[in-house]
Design a protein around this ligand. Structure first.
Ligand code: R5P
Length: 319
C-alpha cells in the first residue's frame, strides 16, 4: 500500500492578491496551487482547482480589497470547492477583513455585517481564520473557529524608531485607536495625543477636540485603515492648526477609496506609511507613500499554524 502523506500544505490565492500570495508561497518555498477563476456571462463566479486537494491543509489567501463584494463571494465559493474536494483543513488567510467596521449596531435597524461575514466563512467551510489588525479585537469572537489575529504594528513601530523623529507625539485619530496608539507611543518613547471626533455619517468625520499637546511637535497618526482618507487628512489639518510641525500617518490597511489619493496628496501629511495587506496604486502617491511588507509575518504565521507551533511567539517582546 502507498504510504499516505500525512501533512501536506497547499497555498491558493483568490484574484484580489495574486502578488502577495506568490511572495508568501516563495517565502515558504512552496509552489502556488493552480486554480481556475472565472465568471459566467451573468457575473456568477466559477472556480475549479486544477490539482488534487484531498487530505491537504489548504491556506487560501484573499483580501477584501475593491471590488470587495466580488472578492468576498469568490473566497466563499473557493472555500466551498475546497471543502467538496476533501481538503483536510481550510485556513482562510484574509489580511484585511472587509465589513469589519460594522461590528455593532450603532443605530437601530442596522446590520452587524462583521458577524455575517464570520458566519458566511464558517458556513462555507473554514476551520481557521487568519487576519491582521481587525477594526476591533472583539471581532475574533464572531467566529466559532480559531482566529489568528496578527498585527503589523511592530513593523510600524520599527519604522518610526528607525526615523528617529525628535519631539514625537503619537496620535490616536479616534477613541477606538487609543490602545494601539498608547502601545506605539510607549515603544517609541513618544507622547500620546487623542483626537475626539463626531462622525455625522459613514466616511465623514469632524475633529472636535484633542487631549494632549502637539504644538511645536512632530506627530504620527496611527490608524487601522485609511479608506477615503477623510479621517487622517482632517486630523492632520486640525493638528496643523494646533501648531504641529511634521505630520506622518500610518495604517495597516490602505483601502484607499476615492478620493483618498487626491486628499492625501493635497494634505499636510508628509509621509503615508501603509502595509501590503491590499493592492495599492503606488504611482498615485509617489514620494509620500512608504509600503511596509507583511509577507514575512503572514508566511511565518502560516508555517507555525501548519506545524502546530505558537503564533503569538512571532510577536513576543515586540508589542
Ligand atoms: C474608523 O473607525 C476607522 O478606524 C478609520 O479611521 C476610518 O474608517 C477611516 O475611514 P476614512 O479614511 O474614510 O476616513
Amino acid at each position: 500500500m502507498k504510504e499516505v502523506e500525512k501533512n501536506r500544505m497547499m497555498i491558493f490565492t483568490g484574484s484580489s492578491v495574486p502578488e502577495l500570495g506568490k511572495k508568501i508561497a516563495d517565502k515558504l518555498d512552496i509552489k502556488m496551487g493552480n486554480v481556475e477563476l472565472t465568471t459566467f456571462s451573468d457575473g456568477e463566479i466559477y472556480v475549479r482547482y486544477l490539482e488534487s486537494i484531498r487530505g491537504a491543509h489548504v491556506f487560501l489567501i484573499q483580501t477584501c480589497s475593491h471590488p470587495v463584494n466580488y472578492n468576498i463571494m469568490e473566497m466563499l465559493i473557493m472555500i466551498d470547492a475546497l471543502k467538496r474536494a476533501s481538503a483536510k483543513k481550510i485556513t482562510a488567510v484574509v489580511p484585511y477583513m472587509g465589513y469589519s467596521r460594522q461590528d455593532r449596531k450603532a443605530k437601530g435597524r442596522e446590520p452587524i455585517s462583521a458577524k455575517l461575514i464570520a458566519d458566511l466563512l464558517s458556513t462555507a467551510g473554514i476551520d481557521r481564520m487568519m487576519t491582521m489588525d481587525l477594526h476591533a479585537g472583539q471581532i475574533q469572537g464572531f467566529f466559532n473557529v480559531p482566529v489568528d489575529h496578527l498585527t503589523a504594528i511592530p513593523k510600524i513601530i520599527d519604522y518610526i524608531n528607525e526615523k528617529n523623529i525628535k519631539d514625537l507625539v503619537v496620535v490616536a485619530p479616534d477613541s477606538g485607536r487609543v490602545g494601539v496608539a498608547r502601545k506605539v507611543a510607549n515603544r517609541c518613547n513618544a507622547d500620546l495625543a487623542i483626537l475626539y471626533k463626531s462622525r455625522p455619517k459613514p466616511n465623514v468625520s469632524e475633529t472636535i477636540n484633542i487631549v494632549g499637546d502637539v504644538k511645536g511637535k512632530n506627530v504620527f497618526i496611527v490608524d487601522d485603515l485609511i479608506d477615503t482618507a477623510g479621517t487622517v487628512c482632517e486630523s492632520a489639518e486640525f493638528m496643523k492648526r494646533m501648531g504641529a510641525k511634521e505630520i506622518f500617518a500610518a495604517c495597516t490597511h490602505p483601502v484607499f477609496s476615492e478620493p483618498a489619493y487626491k486628499r492625501l496628496r493635497e494634505s499636510p501629511i508628509k509621509e503615508v506609511i501603509v502595509t501590503d495587506t491590499m493592492p495599492i496604486k503606488n504611482d498615485l502617491l509617489k514620494d509620500k507613500l512608504v509600503v511596509i511588507t507583511i509577507v514575512d509575518i503572514l508566511s511565518q504565521a502560516i508555517k507555525n499554524v501548519f506545524y502546530n507551533e505558537s503564533v503569538s511567539e512571532i510577536f513576543r517582546g515586540r508589542m
